[in-house]
Design a protein around this ligand. Sequence first.
Ligand SMILES: Cc1ncc(COP(=O)(O)O)c(C=O)c1O
Length: 405
Amino acid sequence: MTDTATRATRDYIEQAERFGARNYAPVEVVITRGEGCFLWDVEGRRYYDFLSAYSAVNQGHCHPRIVQALVEQAQRLTLTSRAFHNDRMGDMLEKIAELTGFQRVLPMNTGAEAVETAIKAMRRWGYLVKGVPDGKAEIIVAEDNFHGRTTTIVGFSSDPDAYAHFGPPTPGFVRVPYGDAAALEAALGPNTVGVLLEPIQGEAGVIIPPDDYLPRVRAACTRARALLCLDEIQTGLGRTGKMFAYEHVGACPDLLVLGKALSGGVYPVSCVAGLSEVMELFTPGTHGSTYGGNPLAAAVATAALEVLVDEGLPERAARLGAHALARLRAELTSPGVREVRGRGLMLAVELKAPAAKQAVRALKDAGVLAKDTHKTTIRFAPALVIDDEDLDRALDLIVPVLNRA
Ligand SMILES: Cc1ncc(COP(=O)(O)O)c(C=O)c1O
């Protein structure tokens, strides 16, 4: 590392800190280039990216096929708004419908917007179809949920960092412990219009519920005439070793929320896919977004989904994830490690002490970028295109660092 390079890194960070709002605490590294499972910093140092932009980059950084779709479309047409049809959106919607098995898809941009869309869909269905008295709709959510950052969504968060001083919270949400089907069953009532859950809680630290949890929730929702909405923004599109995480336990939702890897990290694209009975309740003027469904997003998402299928990335995640989990479980022998857990390439190591931030710093120094969550947990989520040798090389770097934790 030269003096100039050291200064350059510090300069970038100071500039961002001087002019930006301080709503993030990034790892002290300035990235300038990415390819596949690798990132390079401004000093030319290469890292294994084991965060993958919180699982947005399942297809790997700058996947050539997705980038080509972006470039070609950017030279032709980028935005019309939904005031007009465009010649790319249909392909994306058809592809998502085919992949999810749902009849109708509503495209948005960010994950939080898609979650908001699902909340609106559930409420609308509750009033117009279930017959819940106006203004009384309830949606059941889980403790330690993470669904995004809008005022409504943070209003039903149990994390004070997310909700404190952003109130008053939007009414109509009931929170129950995650993974406890009996508690959820008990919370279902005549005014419940839906249940909103992550099939595996990502931001909470890769929390995997018991295998019978989602099937029991599914059955209870059907009995109580409530919609089941799964937020697969982080777990979906191959990350856990299946195209969708709910497939591991066979509990099909009524609404499925997707984002992140829907565009392979190239452009913000999200959507809600769902039953016609629900999605058809949106009529012209009741919902929308200037950029939602734009031709650039559609071209990128179509390519991103083709890459997932053509390269067999969910199957790859299953195979490599099992290998990584077995290695970490066998080799992390330090008494400082409380638990290693994961499904597919969505992995986490929980430490006994609140030392995850220090571990992340040491991992960076060793050449692996990851991020801590909730003080004790480090998540590992490499791009699903990582090859066997690179995964093993990265694990060779990770194990000694965490055994010192
Ligand atoms: C499960 C889940 N839902 C929603 C979101 C919010 O997505 P976005 O940051 O694109 O708004 C995230 C982001 O981390 C997420 O993991």
